[in-house]
Design a protein around this ligand. Structure first.
Ligand code: PMM
Length: 272
């Protein structure tokens, strides 16, 4: 039995007071940095650092506040040799983070929130996560309307990838993301998850951020604390590995590493 390659694990650090899962836990740069280093020990190959909550309904922070939150953490991690991804929709924050050593720009808006973003990405050699997005957190729930969620998300992702390449970003640097929970209901998320291979232009890598999200909590009756969704997140991680995704964006790296160890052993025994 041939298995797809093992997905990378990208550990999440939100340097915010209000993110849905880890908001308020890592607001000091030292706490955020030591949590990130622990995730690297547990098997994360990338640390994704964010300074603005994207949970539904969240309001925006100023560019200055966002940079003040993330740049010290990006700098400390890059100095420690960690591959850092900056989770931002702002071109100025992305550029400052790349200057501080970030090697990946994770833009949940796919270049839609800031007209300068593609130019910043094109001008550096960072990789670019291009996510499906329809609008900011304060309006995204009302934008979760589709006649054909697979067809529309696919068309919108293809259009953004074309716009990015026209702006000078080579497709080899782009990693697409279906954007679970961003202008999507739980039912939309499940439909997209079962049609991942239809969403992205041929040959592009895909990252999926399902970890601890609300649609998993809704499945687990009576179990609605984000940190209590790690078993469900890791189970889905195995299915995503099977589907051939390139990377999983996760909060509990250890739980996902163990789940992927099981997945890998299962396939290696199958091959022998
Ligand atoms: N989800 C969140 C934030 N950033 N980035 C990518 N590429 N994909 C996602 O699904 C994604 C993201 C929201 O979750 P968080 O509050 O735990 O960071």
């Amino acid at each position: 039995m041939r298995s797809p390659r093992r997905p990378e694990l990208w550990g999440v650090v939100n340097v915010t007071p209000d993110s849905f899962s880890d908001g308020g836990l890592f607001v000091s740069p030292d706490t955020a940095t030591s949590h990130a280093l622990k995730m690297v020990e547990q098997g994360a190959s990338v640390i994704d650092v964010g300074g603005e909550s994207t949970r539904p309904g969240a309001s925006r922070v100023s560019p200055e506040e966002e940079s003040a939150r993330v740049i010290p953490v990006v700098t400390a991690l890059a100095k420690a040799g960690v591959v850092v991804s900056i989770d931002t929709t702002r071109a100025s924050t992305a550029a400052a983070a790349v200057d501080a050593g970030a090697r990946i720009i994770n833009d949940v808006s796919g270049g839609l929130a800031d007209s300068e973003m593609f130019a910043v990405v094109a001008a550096c050699d960072a990789e670019y996560v291009l996510m499906h997005w329809r609008g900011h957190s304060d309006q995204m729930d009302s934008l979760a309307t589709y006649d054909d969620v697979v067809g529309e998300v696919s068309a919108e992702l293809h259009a953004r990838v074309s716009a990015a390449t026209e702006a000078g970003i080579d497709t080899s640097r782009i990693i697409v993301d279906p954007g679970l929970g961003f202008a999507k209901t739980p039912a939309h998320n499940w439909t997209l998850l079962s049609h991942l291979s239809e969403l992205a232009p041929e040959g592009l890598r895909m990252i999926v951020g399902a970890s601890r999200k609300r649609f998993l909590g809704e499945l687990l009756t009576g179990n609605h604390e984000p940190a209590e969704r790690d078993g469900a997140s890791a189970a889905l991680g195995v299915l995503l590995a099977e589907a051939g995704v390139f990377a999983l964006r996760v909060h509990n790296v250890g739980a996902h590493r163990e789940a992927l160890d099981v997945w890998q052993a299962f396939h290696e025994e199958g091959a022998s």
